[in-house]
Structure formats: C-alpha cells, structure tokens
Write a protein that binds this ligand. Sequence first.
Ligand SMILES: *Cc1c(COP(=O)(O)O)cnc(C)c1O
Length: 405
Amino acid sequence: MRAHRPSLPIAPVLSRASFSGPQGRHAAARPPSVLDAGQVRMVTSGRVAIALALRQMGLQPGDEVLVPAYHSPSMVPPVLWCGATPVFYRVGADASVDLDDVAAKLGPATRALMVTNYFGFPQALQTIRAFCDARGLQLLEDCAHCFFGQYRGKPVGSWGDYAIASSMKFFPTYEGGALVSARHRLDAIVLQPGGLGFEAKAALATLENSFAHGRLPVVRALLRLPLGLKDMAWRALKARHNAGAGASIKTSLAPASSDSGFDFEPRWVDKRSAWFSRVIMKLASTRRICTLRRRHYLVLEDATRGLPGCRPLFPTLPEGVVPWQFPLLLDDPESIFERLHAAGVPLVRFAHARWPGVDAATCANGAMLAQRVIAFPCHQELNPDELAWMADQLQQALLAQAVAA
Ligand SMILES: *Cc1c(COP(=O)(O)O)cnc(C)c1O
C-alpha cells in the first residue's frame, strides 16, 4: 500500500524515457501524424491554429462556421475573432458528426465546417469530405485529440482544407499547436518569435512540471541552485511589475492556453511555438508515444470490462488509432466522478463546459456525452505503478457504486 497519494500527471510530463523508444534499437519507421498531412506551421496552441485556418479561408463578418455542439469552449472564440458567427450542429450518441443536421443548418452564409476527431478516433472523414465538396464548404479538421494516426491510408489531418493539432496534449511540452494543410499553401503565414521571456517560460515550466511529478530527479538536483535564483529574480520582477501596471507578469509572458483555460488571446496568433517545445517534439520517440498510449488505453478498458454501469465510448480500439484519453460512458457519472476526484485521480470531462447557450435543446447527444463521459489519461508518461493505481481506483469506484445500487 502507498503511504501517500501519488500525483498523477494529467498530461505528458518530460522524463528520461521521453526520448527512448520501447523497442530501443528496433524502433520501426515513424508513425504517421498530422504533421505528415501537408505544410505545417508550429504555433502556441490549437485554438490559435483554428484562428489562422479561418483567416486563411478568408472568412468575412456575417459568414457562418458550423461548430460541433459537443466541443471545447476554446474552439469558439477564434470564430468570433474572424468576425464570423458559430452555428452549432448535432453529433450522434457516439460523437459522430450528424450530417443530416449539418445539412439542415446550411445557409447562404455558411462557409466552413469544423469537425473534431474526438479522443483520437477519426470521424467518417471520406464521407464528410465528399459532403463538403458537393456543397462548396471548406473543411477544418480538428485533430486536437488526434495528433497521430491515419484514416483510409492517409495521415489524419489530410481530409480537411486545413487541420489543427494541439501538440501539448500529446507531447511533454508547455505550449504548442499546429496548423497543417494538405490542400493550400501556408506561405503567407509568417510567424514571429514569442520573445525571450516566453522562450524561458516554455522551457522552465516544462521542467518544473516534470519535477513536480517526480520526474528527472538528476536534472532537478543539478538545477536546484539556478532555479532557486530564478525564483528570487522572478518574485522581485513580479513585485515591481505589479506595483506598476497591475497585470500579472505570468500572463504577459505565455499564452493562457497553456494554463488549461479557454481564453483566446489574439496577440499569440502570429507567434511561433517555443524553441524548447519544438526540440522536444523532434527528439521525443513518437513510436513510444503511440505504443504506450494504446497499451495504457487497453489496460483501462480491460479494468472496466464487465463492470456494471459503464462502457467505453468507443467499442473497440481500431488499429492505427492513437488515443488522447480513455473515454468511459457512465450511467451515474456524478458519484463516480466525486469518488475518483477525491481519491486524486486526474479526470477530464470534455465539453462539460460549453459555449453559453449550447445545451440539450441544441444537441441532446452532446449534452448527454458532456454529462456522462469521464475520460482518463492514458498518455505515454504514466508509469506502470500510476496506471495500475488508477485502474484499481476506477474498478473500486464502479464496484462500490454497483453495491450501493
Ligand atoms: C484542446 C482543444 C482545442 C484547442 O487546443 P488548445 O491547444 O488547448 O488551444 C481544440 N479542439 C478540441 C476538441 C480540444 O479539445
């Protein structure tokens, strides 16, 4: 038994293993990812990439963009930033795009359709592409949950006019997103560096997050003195800054998207992802990311198999799918959520917060999924102990609920 509760990282944290493949010298070819779909621009977040994609599409005030009613609220402000209006369409009970509803929502001002590959599972992209082609719609493929994988032999992100990704959901980086296009040139997008403060913040925050979860102990020991000095300098700087402008210096150095908020900050739109993040993405073993995410997903799926009151949102994990998280559909989500949250299990309730006004009347399935799906981390940086502990907590919670019922 553990004396204290382990602090499980909800997202990947940097470790020594980040750079080594599980098969070591037998590492096979690089797995396909959204970065293979076409020309790429590395930015600071997925939402910034959405804004750039919509700007590239030439959206005008009055234009409409179809956005799934089952969404992260961070997907909407970029639409408004372009002057366009979001129109929310329905999804099925399995989060698939409801093309009948999309067709019903089409109007003379509709310019683009945003489609999300939820939790790493691609939508029916070929059908959706044909639908858009037949109607002169531009397709924005949201691969925020789906950095890796392929669909019908092409890398994810290949089907949209533009695709976006959120690299910080898959790599141990503090910030990062990508805009990709298989169909249009991105030459007109010239990114500026984020500045020295931002570069320093991206590196230090990555390391500090890693240390906070007990990773990289040797690096931590080596950096103890310099980081202590940094903290002193930081506090002094902050005090001076706050005495002056009042705004927090933290928000001026790095985008809010890195602090799990839903804010959209236009000043980061044309900024390049940090050097440190891009180096980590180059050096990280993508084979390891894909192998371990699938393996961890299956461990969690196995732990819940046959237990009452739940089933995985997706019935199987098809070959080539690299999951963002393990989404579990629960009959009575609140008691499970409370129990696991109290135990310290990191949980995500995707779309639990949605754009104001989007509710069960907009999309009953979206509201149902937002309520009943609880997602568990399955990322590559969970160590075997952490994974086993989480699977055990989940099993206990489901069994306790079954006994109480
Ligand atoms: C997280 C997310 C985004 C935005 O990505 P950020 O990198 O957080 O800006 C877009 N779409 C979906 C479905 C997301 O979950």
